[in-house]
Ligand binder design. Structure first.
Ligand code: SAH
Ligand code: SF4
Ligand code: F3S
Length: 438
């Protein structure tokens, strides 16, 4: 039997898909190079914005055609979109055999091992996908799911309803899994959670903290790099910032989602911090880790966002001068508070115009910030060949910058690279061949 998985959405979905693959291969399934070669066609879906829904629906059209050609094919839909429309999946898309939410990835095995009744749905929140077998796309990099769910109530966001309440994995399990990964050749681990820095507060009998987890992971021999995503500004405590300054394997990059630079809009978004508090966190981070790379997420056109409030976002971006940012048009999501707004709706054209102004500023800041690397020698974890030039290599710096360079290092090796130039997105350089980093 052969399977094919298409993944949409965030790193958590990438992670969940690696576990779907691992689980399927432990059941004897083999990967199919293309969807049309597969007996089991899976979609791991996202519902964060309307564009994500639309993209998926186009792909489902092809699955429908393939199912018509061969009705023995099994079509499965997992992830946040499936969770957000639950049993409706089968009424709207009758060719779907099995649908499951992010908390039910393990049930896929159960479904496949049964007599495969059609139209089965699994939508409870239970268990951690991170505990299932996994098949990593790169042998030297791994995701580590430290918690599931989210207890925040950001008024625009569908995630709390698709991934449930926050539950942390026990620290001993995480350390054991990380040890095992390092034993298998992993050099870089990215910790995943919707709100990683609230990790551990729900653990009983003894609580744990995110900073403690970072410290214990750093002590693992052979683990060169630790990253995490995403922290919430409200939980960005001094101990986590100190960890960045002190722990050798913790990378100099913090993705700190802003969403808006206006305190009024932040309140309407229920982010629980204001502009001053956010700037105060940034100041503390920059004081302790002066060279840190800061990136963020920003939403434009939230209901009620005025021109002046949008300009507050621009001025904050200018002040912080991010190394990069993901920028989004506000998209009303079913079941969320912000989707109920009837007043202050920002017209689409205005949203797009604001986004363009923001993107221009973000790119200028990113380009300027990136110039600080020119002339420096940076440590690069080699990921493969450059996407634009097969004679060059591609990797990532500790600051999470993509770098294309000439050299001889192999994927999975740490190379020392002299940086010659920088754009807003990437660096370019040349490997120092006489001094290999590791
Ligand atoms: N838990 C993470 C990631 C959430 S989703 C966090 O809080 O950082 C990633 C990003 O998508 C969010 O940070 C937000 O900027 C954006 N986003 C979420 N819901 C959105 C919506 N309804 N419209 C537009 N962007 C949205
Ligand atoms: Fe969504 Fe807010 Fe939770 Fe992030 S912290 S997943 S934006 S509700
Ligand atoms: Fe991720 Fe999309 Fe769900 S961003 S958490 S897969 S809604």
């Amino acid at each position: 039997m052969r399977y094919h998985v298409t993944t949409f959405g965030c790193q958590m979905n990438e992670h969940d898909s690696e576990h779907m693959r691992g689980m399927l291969e432990s059941l004897g399934y083999e990967p199919a190079p293309q969807r049309s070669d597969a007996d089991l066609i899976l979609f791991n879906t996202c519902s964060i914005r309307e564009t994500a829904d639309n993209r998926l629906i186009a792909h489902l059209g092809e699955a429908k055609r393939l199912k018509r050609e061969d009705p023995t094919r099994v079509i499965g839909v997992g992830g946040c979109w499936a969770q957000s429309i639950k049993e409706e999946v089968f009424a709207r898309f009758p060719f779907v055999d099995v649908a499951f939410g992010p908390g039910q990835v393990h049930r896929l095995a159960e479904f496949l091992a049964s007599d495969s009744l059609s139209a089965q749905g699994y939508f409870e929140f239970e268990g951690f996908t991170g505990e299932l077998p996994e098949k990593r796309s790169r042998s030297f990099q791994a995701w580590l799911q430290i918690s599931v769910g989210c207890n925040c109530a950001c008024s625009y966001c569908i995630v709390p309803s698709t991934r449930g309440r926050e539950v942390s994995r026990p620290i001993a399990d995480l350390l054991e899994q990380a040890q095992r990964m390092v034993g298998d050749g992993v050099r870089e681990i990215t910790l995943l959670g919707q709100n990683v820095n609230s990790y551990g507060r729900d653990l009983r009998p003894s609580r744990a903290s995110f900073a403690q987890l970072l410290g214990e992971l750093d002590a693992i021999d052979g683990l060169d790099r630790i990253r995490y995503t995403s922290p919430h500004p409200k939980d960005m405590r001094e101990d986590v910032i100190r960890a960045h300054a002190e722990l050798p394997s913790l990378c100099e990059h913090i993705h700190l989602p802003l969403q808006s630079g206006s305190s009024r809009v932040l309140r309407a978004m229920r982010r629980t911090y204001d502009r001053e508090r956010y700037l105060d966190r940034v100041a503390l981070i920059r004081e302790r880790v002066p060279d840190v790379a800061l990136t963020t997420d920003i939403i434009v056109g939230f209901p009620g966002e005025s021109e002046a409030e949008f300009e507050d976002t621009l001025s904050l971006v200018e002040q912080v001068s991010y190394d990069g940012a993901f920028t989004f048009l506000f998209s009303p999501r079913r079941g969320t508070e912000a989707a109920l707004a009837t007043e202050g709706i920002v017209p689409h054209a205005e949203k797009v115009a604001r986004l363009e102004r923001l993107v221009e500023l973000v790119q200028r800041c990113a380009r300027e910030r990136a110039q600080r690397f020119v002339g420096r020698t940076v440590e690069v974890l080699v990921e493969g060949t450059s996407r634009t030039d097969p004679d060059r290599l591609r990797g990532r710096t500790r600051h999470n910058k993509v770098i294309n360079f000439s050299g001889l290092a192999r994927p999975g090796e740490l190379a020392l690279v002299d940086v010659h130039s920088a754009t807003s997105q990437t660096l370019a350089g040349e490997e120092r061949l006489l001094a290999r980093a590791g």
